[in-house]
Ligand binder design. Sequence first.
Ligand SMILES: Cc1cc2nc3c(=O)[nH]c(=O)nc-3n(C[C@H](O)[C@H](O)[C@H](O)COP(=O)(O)O)c2cc1C
Length: 264
Amino acid sequence: MTIDTLRTIFFSPTGTTKKIINTIANGINLPVKESIDLTQSQPEINHLEDNVLTLIGVPVYAGRVPLQAIERLQQLKAENTPTVIVIVYGNRAYEDALIELRNELTELGFTPICGGAFISEHSWDTDNNPIATGRPDKEDLQKAQEFGESIAIKINKSKRLKPSAQLIVPGNQKYRERKIFPKIKPIVDESLCNTCGQCEAVCPVSAIQIGSKVKMDENKCILCSACIKQCPQKAIQFKDPWLKNVMSWLSTNFNEKKEPEFFF
Ligand SMILES: Cc1cc2nc3c(=O)[nH]c(=O)nc-3n(C[C@H](O)[C@H](O)[C@H](O)COP(=O)(O)O)c2cc1C
């Protein structure tokens, strides 16, 4: 099988996973045949051609792959498609996310050939509780670029991309239990909000409705912060005391810089 094009697939509510995937893609330097953004909706293309190198990235939510990302990936069908698997986490830990991504994709017909774990600004990073603010930084992006370049070398060298053994990545086969977060929604400061609708447009789970006011549905909200980071008026924030405590815990305990890791 000759691999001469690339496909990217990602779920990325606040855009850091997408940034890392695009930088790795740049390093791989193959023509991009298609880019499937799973953030807003289910994919339209579902049966994937197998001779396209596929680069898949998701964020880590509570040490797992977000359920919405899994559900949208499950709409795709592949056939031994050589695949690079990437998870992006907010400098705490990624626990079972990479192994879960590997296993899920293998079930769907992808063949993971290498993987990476990258660090980004935490979705809950704020001025008062900084958590890996500004990441991926220049060094992270340089490493993402170089990771892409090493994948390109691997592809050029090996005629047979199907590995003889399964890609080994950290994590437990029995994943940690999926965390059920309390029902929380971001709070809109109506004195700042001009109902521009940008929050509604970026919400990955249609939890926001714009009328004369912004309506947020805590039954749908996945706490991803897409609306908070998108709002040009800075009118949206989390005010829930439980989540504020978590943010402060993350900021205090996970401020030592973690570095990207690669698995071949
Ligand atoms: C609900 C939720 C749970 C998260 N859980 C973790 C976690 O377990 N470990 C971690 O380091 N970061 C965690 N994060 C941070 C995200 O993994 C990180 O910010 C990610 O890069 C966001 O990707 P995106 O910019 O593509 O949306 C969590 C974020 C959210 C919203």
